[in-house]
Design a protein around this ligand. Structure first.
Ligand code: PEP
Ligand code: MN
Length: 338
């Protein structure tokens, strides 16, 4: 990393970029509030970086010896804000609420969910069209027609769309119709999918694998950033534990840990962690208190008839009560739920 001096001029930054390119490196420039940093990804032994330290405007050259330099806070000290959809933000001062059914099941179900959710001021509709199901005999999602329905219903309610993309070859199609692409927990280390998401001009919500360390999550995110897509948010959704009263154990500590190591926004999905609707509000509130930048919550108009994840889905009444509490907890930690 080339750390520029506080008053470095754009021309000086440009010269560092040019010289780095001459050394065969790909520079990524990060403009912070106080300083500009030029990140150069490469093998530690390769170029003679000391040459760059004598250029005008350069304060120092720092070698970052870990496997996820671009996602690191050293490279990008300020919190990253992802702007998307119709004037929406993830990672800014507000806590972004995203909600909707696990899967798009049909027009009636989706309209009822979107209507109830948007009435509460929630601007991002979730819903899976391509579903990663544990059993091949479970409902696999409606595929492309489900994706088109999700877009149509979201537009009618002036909402943005977040939905999962399962395979690299589906990335262009999903990117055409969704505002945020979700990479599911089971695909966190699907490197071809990560690379495909690195090439697309859409924010990515990368879920933590159910047995992945924070470091592995950050290295997975690095694939997307290294591919050229800087708009990545990380999502904690619970880890495989030994406690059977919940589906997964939510690692609440990963929120402050990630906040320290990276400036990427951190989202929490309390639904897949809890596995049971009654626990979802409490752990969602805890996540906001611990610094989460957003929540992803499963809401179904009639959870008992859901084709997937009904047990953990909130009905509209329970979700309305949760949102009212999220607003209060967000305010208590100096943020606004939006
Ligand atoms: C989902 O969001 O519906 C989902 C499948 O989540 P995860 O990848 O976290 O299991
Ligand atoms: Mn689900």
């Amino acid at each position: 990393m080339i750390v520029m001096a506080a008053g470095a001029t754009p021309a000086q930054v440009q010269e560092v970029v040019r010289r780095a390119q001459q050394l065969g490196l790909t520079p990524e420039v990060s403009h912070g509030r106080e300083r500009t940093v030029v990140g150069l990804v490469g093998h530690e032994t390769e170029p003679d970086l000391e040459k760059l330290s004598t250029l005008e405007g350069v304060e120092r050259v720092v070698r970052v010896l870990h496997d996820h330099p671009l996602v690191s806070r050293e490279f990008h000290p300020d919190d990253r804000v992802i702007r998307f959809g119709p004037g929406l933000e993830l990672g800014g001062p507000s806590v972004l609420l995203m909600a909707g059914p696990c899967a798009v099941e049909g027009r009636g179900q989706l309209e009822a969910a979107a209507g109830a959710i948007s009435e509460l001021g929630v601007r991002v509709l979730r819903g899976g069209a391509f579903k990663p199901r544990t059993s091949p005999y479970s409902f696999q999602g409606l595929g492309e027609p489900g994706l088109l329905l999700l877009r149509e219903v979201a537009d009618r309610f002036h909402m943005a769309v977040i939905t999962e993309v399962l395979a690299p070859e589906d990335v262009p199609l999903v990117a055409e119709h969704a505002d945020i692409l979700q990479i599911g927990a089971r695909n966190m280390q699907n490197y071809r999918l990560l690379q495909a998401c690195g090439e697309v001009d859409r924010p990515i919500l990368l879920k933590r694998g159910l047995a992945a360390t924070v470091d592995e999550l950050l290295q997975a995110a690095e694939y997307v950033l290294a591919g050229g897509n800087q708009r990545v948010a990380l999502c904690e959704r619970g880890l495989r534990g030994f406690e059977p009263s919940v589906r997964f154990s939510l690692d609440i500590t990963s929120i402050p840990v990630l906040k320290r190591l990276t400036s990427l926004p951190v989202v929490v999905d309390p639904s897949h962690a809890a596995g049971r609707a009654q626990y979802v509000p409490a752990i969602g509130l805890a996540a906001v208190a611990a610094g989460a930048d957003g929540l992803l919550v499963e809401v179904h108009p009639d959870p008992s008839s859901a084709l997937s994840d009904g047990a953990q889905s909130l009905d509209p009444t329970a979700f309305a009560a949760m949102v009212a509490q999220v607003v209060k907890v967000a305010a208590a930690v100096g943020r606004v739920a939006a």
